[in-house]
Design a protein around this ligand. Structure first.
Ligand SMILES: CC(=O)SCCNC(=O)CCNC(=O)[C@H](O)C(C)(C)COP(=O)(O)OP(=O)(O)OC[C@H]1O[C@@H](n2cnc3c(N)ncnc32)[C@H](O)[C@@H]1OP(=O)(O)O
Ligand SMILES: N[C@@H](CO)C(=O)O
Length: 180
């Protein structure tokens, strides 16, 4: 499959929604290499796959070094990924990230200790700059994490958390009519 036929990559481009997006956001270079790696892994075994795998590793190191964004192809990341700005973004290879998530500079999604469990982000999760999400936590769909926060516990869908350790900012029950 070529990148123009890759629905996840096309969804990534739509998030930027500007003409010539590859000239506008260098984070797309890292995302492109990630999607390329996923497509290479999906190929059937053979010489072409081995050659593409070697090329992928060269491109991965280049993108990681030039953009400061590390998206290993083993991680599972849904389409429509947006990474704002530059550098310090490290995603663990076992992480699972849903579609239409937003990351910013300085974000880490990884384990708490070597070999430990890693986070799962459902669809539409938004992480502020320098947010650190560590350990086997689950971030529910559409939740938001404030800048400079450290998330060490599950976050329910739609909830905003911030701080270190991160705590909910807005109680979702506030303002609702209590059930009879
Ligand atoms: C170049 C660039 O611009 S890069 C962009 C960088 N920006 C980001 O990364 C933005 C990430 N967004 C945030 O951190 C936001 O503050 C959010 C999403 C967490 C919350 O936004 P809102 O829902 O508007 O919350 P609001 O501003 O009302 O704050 C509610 C309370 O949480 C506190 N709070 C907000 N963000 C944070 C944070 N990151 N860490 C700690 N406390 C926070 C506020 O001080 C406020 O406290 P108070 O009630 O005691 O006054
Ligand atoms: N719109 C950008 C700010 O540069 C962001 O949300 O990160």
């Amino acid at each position: 499959m070529r990148s123009r036929d890759d629905p996840d990559w096309q969804a990534d481009l739509r998030r930027v929604n500007q003409p010539r997006p590859l000239f506008k956001e260098q984070s797309l270079w890292a995302i492109w290499v990630y999607r390329y790696g996923r497509r290479v892994d999906a190929r059937s075994a053979g010489l072409r796959k081995r050659l593409h795998t070697r090329l992928y590793w060269l491109l991965f190191r280049w993108a990681e070094t030039v953009t400061g964004i590390s998206l290993p192809k083993a991680a599972q990341i849904g389409g429509g990924l947006r990474i704002y700005h530059f550098g310090g973004v490290f995603i663990h290879p076992e992480a699972r990230i849903g579609s239409h998530c937003t990351l910013r500079q300085g974000v880490t999604i990884g384990n708490k200790t070597e070999g430990g469990p890693v986070p799962v982000l459902e669809d539409g999760v938004e992480l502020g700059a320098y947010a650190q999400v560590i350990g086997g936590v689950r971030l529910g769909a559409g939740c938001r994490v404030g800048a400079l926060s450290v998330v060490t516990r599950d976050v329910p869908p739609g909830v905003t958390v911030a701080g270190a350790p991160a705590r909910p900012l807005h109680d979702p029950s506030v303002g609702t009519v209590p059930s009879p």
